[in-house]
Ligand binder design. Structure first.
Ligand SMILES: [Zn+2]
Length: 209
């Protein structure tokens, strides 16, 4: 899979000034989001260190970058489900960072309103609900697999406000993080002991036959 090449300073200036005279000469690709654009794209300029370029849009596509919904660098519209897949992937990898509908919309090149509606139509839940779902699922795992204090687990999943983390967790799971951890650890202990008992009775059965 070919990687984008390093930008020249001239290209970077063209991107910053949305200079349409460079359109068609190169396409810039943002590695963190997997989106590529025309130089004139009105989307917020990305961080330079995450940007490279391709000479043609076909090269960008074959390197698995997806066309920006806003500047349509292939001349075609990115289908909604692909755009939503891109937003979903971004949330899945960046759930620990600050995320909101506005931030996502800027990063994934669309308006907040359009993103909210499209996401909900494709996935059945809103982007904000999806962010919460990913964070709570991650928190569940971290509560069971570590002894980190609840507040730290919250920080790890992007919910650094501990009272808010506890309230949201309870709303989504019916338990506080602390009682969820206790319950799961209790269940696991029980399963372990039942397992041992089971092994023991199996052993006895084997001896009888
Ligand atoms: Zn664009």
């Amino acid at each position: 899979m070919p990687n984008p090449e390093a930008l020249t300073e001239e290209m970077w200036q063209a991107i910053l000034t949305n200079d349409a005279s460079y359109d068609g000469q190169f396409f810039y690709a943002v590695k963190t989001t997997g989106i590529f654009c025309r130089p004139s794209c009105k989307s917020r300029p990305p961080n330079k260190k995450n940007v490279g370029y391709f000479r043609t849009s076909q090269q960008a596509v074959s390197a698995k970058f997806r066309p920006c919904k806003r500047c349509k660098p292939t001349g075609q519209r990115l289908p909604d489900d692909e755009w939503v897949a891109l937003v979903t992937e971004y949330i899945d990898t960046n759930y620990a960072e600050a995320l909101s509908l506005e931030i996502l919309a800027v990063i994934c090149h669309g308006s907040p309103y359009h993103m909210h509606r499209t996401f909900k139509r494709v996935k059945g839940i809103t982007p904000v609900e999806y962010i919460q779902q990913v964070r709570i699922n991650q928190a569940k795992e971290k509560l069971i697999s570590s002894n980190k204090p609840v507040g730290e687990v919250g920080v790890d999943v992007g919910l650094s406000n501990t009272p808010y983390f506890i309230t949201l967790f309870k709303k989504k799971t019916g338990h506080t993080p602390a009682s969820y951890r206790q319950l799961q650890q209790h269940n696991m202990k029980e399963a372990f002991e039942n397992g041992k008992q089971h092994e023991f009775t199996t052993l006895l059965d084997d001896n009888h036959t």
